[in-house]
Design a protein around this ligand. Structure first.
Ligand SMILES: [Fe+2]
Length: 517
């Protein structure tokens, strides 16, 4: 598609058309924004060239912020995406309204269809660096010299600062329930979002991000049937999941096939997460003709395949995020060494692990996919407090528990759905999250009720259905809600975690807390 450079400024109504009506980029409207523009009304007689269509208006991403919380070394990414029409962008920012710094903006072409003359998008990335901790920064994005969007963000909190975050998985599918979860998560005013994977259905494609994700989680206005301006307000972390690699190659491996889906693996092109993990020995597999795969790699840059495993800190928490997909082998020595060293290095009061495939579920769905069970002893040794998973589309909270694998052979059966790991359970039945709040073991939560169809409805509030004969009927499940969509809300300070599960009408369906002595 030929592109023409735009050499003029634009007015308010043109922006509404071009940007889908960007209003403000933070939790509250600030300063003069788009709708206060004093430019003259739109006059069609003077429109002589197209403006970009925004497939993703500006959104925040965590960027390179990993496990170190160092004043003056913080950064954040502001990204946006358009169709192939070119424009000149500028992003200025600062801790005061003087906006005295200018960000470097880079861009990358993203293929949308497998046709050299077909549609392409341009992904723009601005990295804002040398920021302080826990500080509010203003920013403004301009296009062709005209004001496009402005707002603010707040950088990560250091130790001892109270932090609030939300977690949910299995969400963006176009259903009204994921709109409602986005809305109530936004209403909770979190510092960040921890997504548990299967962020976008069905195949993790760029086109699906445009259709189901950006318009809901980066909606211009909040509403229970609309979504919310969450992505433009706070960073959004995620992990790889099964819907990111849904094709099969000749060896029946789960892969991303760029012949079939030229815009596959949107995880690596849309998200900007820390790159402090190892080069994976079992990476996401990209197949197809070389030019299609090469175009993807050029757009993803160093994020593919390294963004599969990473860690970051926020307030008093350390967060380890892992790829648990069918092509990974969690018995891999290199991965386990990195996990152990990462967890050994942190001095955070609370330690969380997020991966998509839960090792322990009380329901029938996905019960056989037990590969992540093999990491339980490492998590117990390093005093992980909570493991957050999705994949199973409901909410489950385990009792504090320990698990000793008897045989890890099943976990090694990559590219299969039967990866059972038998072993011995030790369950802390004294912990109740109310009066007894010091757990003996790790608590595993499944928060996969973020929007897609619910699983295991027969298990809702029905404890007799929550055990498995193959697990010797170990009663590790404490709570099971499968009759409604929900998300997890966590308030964290150095001594206490207060945790609620909030449903799609804003009601609380579970509440518990953990304390440190
Ligand atoms: Fe899944």
């Amino acid at each position: 598609m030929p592109t023409r450079k735009i050499d003029r400024k634009f007015n308010r109504r043109e922006l509404l058309q071009a940007a889908g009506g960007i209003t403000f980029l933070a939790l509250t409207r600030n300063a003069e924004g788009l709708f206060e523009s004093r430019q003259k009304p739109f006059d069609a007689r003077h429109v002589h060239s197209p403006l970009p269509v925004f497939t993703a208006p500006p959104y925040l991403q965590p960027g390179q912020n990993g496990s170190k919380l160092t004043p003056g070394e913080e950064s954040i990414v502001i990204a946006w995406q358009t169709n192939g029409v070119h424009a000149d962008y500028k992003l200025v920012y600062g801790a005061t309204t003087s906006l005295n710094k200018t960000a470097t903006i880079t861009s990358a072409v993203r293929s949308v269809v497998d046709d050299e003359d077909g549609q392409q998008r341009t992904n723009y990335i601005a990295e804002l660096s040398e920021l302080d901790l826990n500080r509010r920064y203003q920013y403004r994005v301009s296009m062709n010299g005209g004001r496009l969007a402005e707002g603010y963000f707040t950088t990560r909190k250091p130790r001892s600062e109270r932090t609030r975050f939300v977690a949910f998985g299995d969400n963006s599918c176009g259903e009204v329930s994921d709109h409602a979860i986005a809305y109530y998560a936004y209403r909770a005013r979190p510092d960040f979002v921890m997504n548990a994977g299967d962020n976008v259905y069905d195949n993790g494609l760029d086109s699906e991000y445009a259709r189901y994700f950006f318009n809901v989680y980066n909606a211009d206005v909040p509403g229970p049937r609309i979504g919310a301006p969450l992505l433009r307000s706070v960073p959004f972390y995620s992990v790889l999941a099964n819907h990111d690699a849904t094709s099969h190659d000749g060896q029946k491996r789960n892969v991303a096939d760029f012949d079939r889906h030229p815009d596959a693996l949107g995880y690596y092109t849309n998200l900007h997460l820390p790159l402090n993990g190892p080069v994976p020995n079992y990476p996401t597999i990209a197949v197809g003709k070389a030019d299609g795969v090469d175009r993807f790699k050029a757009c993803a840059g160093g994020r593919y395949p390294n963004m599969a495993n990473y860690s970051f800190d926020y307030g008093d928490g350390h967060f380890l995020c892992l790829d648990s997909n069918v092509y990974t082998d969690p018995t891999d020595a290199g991965l386990q060494e990195w996990i152990a060293s990462d967890l050994s290095a942190t001095d955070a009061a609370w330690k969380f692990v997020t991966y998509h495939h839960p090792g322990f579920t009380g329901g029938k769905e996905h019960y056989n996919e037990q590969q992540m069970r093999v990491l339980a002893p490492i998590f117990e040794k390093h005093h992980i407090d909570i493991v957050i998973s999705g994949h199973v589309h409901n909410y489950q909270r385990s009792r504090p528990m320990r698990f000793a694998p008897a045989n890890v052979a099943g976990a090694k059966k990559v590219h299969t759905g039967d990866r059972k790991v038998p072993g011995e359970f030790t369950v802390d039945r004294l912990f109740d999250g109310e009066k007894q709040t010091k757990p003996d073991g790790v608590i595993h939560i499944i928060t996969g009720a973020g929007g897609n169809e619910l699983y295991d409805p027969e298990c809702n509030n029905s404890p007799l259905q929550w055990t498995h004969a193959e697990d010797n009927h170990a009663d590790y499940v404490a709570k099971f809600v499968s009759d409604r969509h929900s998300f997890t809300l966590i308030d964290m300070d150095a001594h206490t975690l207060r945790i609620s599960q909030i449903d799609e009408w804003g009601g609380e369906v579970d509440r518990w807390r953990l304390t440190k002595s």
